[in-house]
Design a protein around this ligand. Sequence first.
Ligand SMILES: Nc1ncnc2c1ncn2[C@@H]1O[C@H](COP(=O)(O)OP(=O)(O)OP(=O)(O)O)[C@@H](O)[C@H]1O
Ligand SMILES: [Mg+2]
Length: 258
Amino acid sequence: MSEEILKLVKLTKKFGGLTAVKDFSMTLNKGELLGLIGPNGAGKTTTFNLISGNLAVSSGNIIYQNNDITDLRPDQVADIGIARTFQNIRLMSGMTVLENMQLAFHIWNDYNILDTIFRTKKFKIKEKKYLEEINKTLKHFNILDYKNDKVDDLPPGIQRKADITRAILLKPDLILLDEPTAGMNPSETDELVEIIKWINKDLKISTILVEHDMRVIMNICSRIIVMENGDIIAEGSPENVQADKKVIEAYLGKSYQV
Ligand SMILES: Nc1ncnc2c1ncn2[C@@H]1O[C@H](COP(=O)(O)OP(=O)(O)OP(=O)(O)O)[C@@H](O)[C@H]1O
Ligand SMILES: [Mg+2]
């Protein structure tokens, strides 16, 4: 039997009278690349916000590597190896790409403030190692040339790639990608598909992908969960999900063709 990395048990989130996520249960196996799709307002981003600790759970549980993480804060969730990207990119405005990447490394910093001020040998060795890692990852994402540019000035596609790079630098075991191809042109999207495959297969990071581009989802996900009104309406292989009447009605549309 494959090993579970994440399990959601009857997860529920209420915003006043609105139940955005309703008794939602699912599991993600280690190494899996799962697609989470559904119409606008289905509860996909809210589910990510609950897992990452950005929103408090109303009821239900989040189990990660056999530990209950339901009540952890976002920084604690990041520390245990869950990284995410946001539907609205959250890079630090006014800072360069490199500076944004350096922020990712603060969780590893075991040197103290004196090390930083006096740039001790230990600090320099670590800094060099981090810079190498950042350069290598930026190069893999084909955005090394933008390293010293302020993030605000960059096209949306490049900002998206920088945001995913930042998440990868946290060396997560699980990554939650919220509409990573939004704002990308077709060639950037093709490039990102390869990057997501690389993240999942080569870096061995279990992945949940929320995405409206069905070409991307059907192409790379081994399993798909379809949400509507906060819960699952269908689940299965891309072939099965595409042929499901409920999914076609709720989301894909009657004229849908891949
Ligand atoms: N912080 C919030 N406060 C109140 N309501 C919210 C909040 N966040 C989300 N909602 C509501 O919860 C529901 C689910 O929203 P969510 O953003 O999770 O949908 P989604 O599936 O990500 O949609 P999309 O595909 O448009 O990104 C929506 O009705 C939304 O308006
Ligand atoms: Mg969303």
